[in-house]
Design a protein around this ligand. Structure first.
Ligand SMILES: C[S@@+](CC[C@H](N)C(=O)[O-])C[C@H]1O[C@@H](n2cnc3c(N)ncnc32)[C@H](O)[C@@H]1O
Length: 272
């Protein structure tokens, strides 16, 4: 493989390789195609695509994929923590970089808990929780019709029918109409809506419980991304009525750009 190829990053989802240029760089299509063909020499890779930019839009999908080599398809089976997920890399959000976080949250779940996952995608968090904990129920919401369809299939594929319940719709509406006061734990794995939708997470909580809030924050040299996330959250939530809350834990989930981080805050909430 030519040395110049090291400029690309590769993400493998099932048997599909997604090639990405480094942050901000303009992709060289011919070079990417040659790299895609090299990757297809591995028996586990059947298809290669170039991702020309970051995930975008309300569904957080790669709408800008360019076909490079191999089978011309975007659907595959992605495996994580002993579970299998049907996913379309062009229509659904998917990244293996949340793998540790999926299991971390599953391990926090106590026997009999009821969970609301407000932004569930194809159901990865929800199904891993159902398979790796004694949760009673995971209400699992997504607004993307294709992700919802895959989530329904993935529930069947992983034999968690009746324990993971998929909903299609805006999490705000689904919570207000069907899930007020049901949850011991709420997941908010969508940084764009973590703060504006926090009030719906609180509405979903029973008398008390945990909310996992995912945020994107910048941190300059010498700054602590977790501290910045705690400050950002506290500034917006300070005046929340009728609850007391405290930080239980926080961690950097992943880097999403230069000095730009995804951070999770585990927040304990008690209704007054
Ligand atoms: C970052 S992805 C979720 C990641 C997923 N939980 C995982 O672990 O792979 C965010 C998801 O939120 C969904 N979404 C966006 N706006 C929404 C809304 N208002 N209500 C419910 N889901 C929404 C998107 O369709 C997308 O699937």
């Amino acid at each position: 493989m030519p040395d110049e190829n090291v400029r690309f990053k590769v993400e493998v989802i099932g048997d599909i390789a997604i090639i990405k240029p480094p942050h901000g760089a303009k992709p060289d299509l011919e070079l990417a195609r040659r790299y895609g063909e090299e990757l297809l020499k591995s028996p586990s890779i059947k298809s290669a695509w170039l991702a020309e930019g970051p995930v975008e839009g309300p569904y957080k999908v790669r709408s800008n994929l360019v076909y490079l080599a191999g089978e011309r398809r975007t659907e595959t089976i992605y495996r994580e923590h002993g579970c299998s997920f049907k996913v379309d890399i062009a229509k659904d959000f998917i990244t293996p970089r949340l793998s540790y976080e999926h299991l971390r949250v599953a391990k926090l779940v106590r026997s009999g808990e009821i969970i609301v996952n407000m932004f569930a995608g194809v159901g990865i968090f929800s199904i891993i929780i159902a398979r790796h904990s004694d949760a009673k129920l995971v209400h699992s919401i997504d607004i993307n019709p294709d992700a919802f369809e895959k989530m329904v299939e993935n529930v069947r594929l992983n034999k968690v029918e009746g324990r993971v319940l998929p909903y299609l719709g805006d999490a705000a509406n689904v919570v207000e109409e069907r899930l007020r006061g049901v949850a011991n734990r709420v997941l908010m794995p969508l940084p764009d809506l973590a703060i504006p939708y926090f009030k719906y997470a609180v509405d979903a909580i029973d008398h008390e419980g945990y909310v996992h809030v995912y945020l994107h924050v910048h941190a300059s040299k010498g700054e602590d991304p977790e501290e910045n996330a705690r400050k950002l959250f506290a500034e917006h939530i300070r005046n929340a009525e009728k609850i007391s809350w405290s930080f239980e834990a926080s961690r950097i989930v992943r880097m999403v750009g230069p000095r730009f981080y995804q951070v999770v805050l585990d927040v304990y909430v008690k209704k007054l």
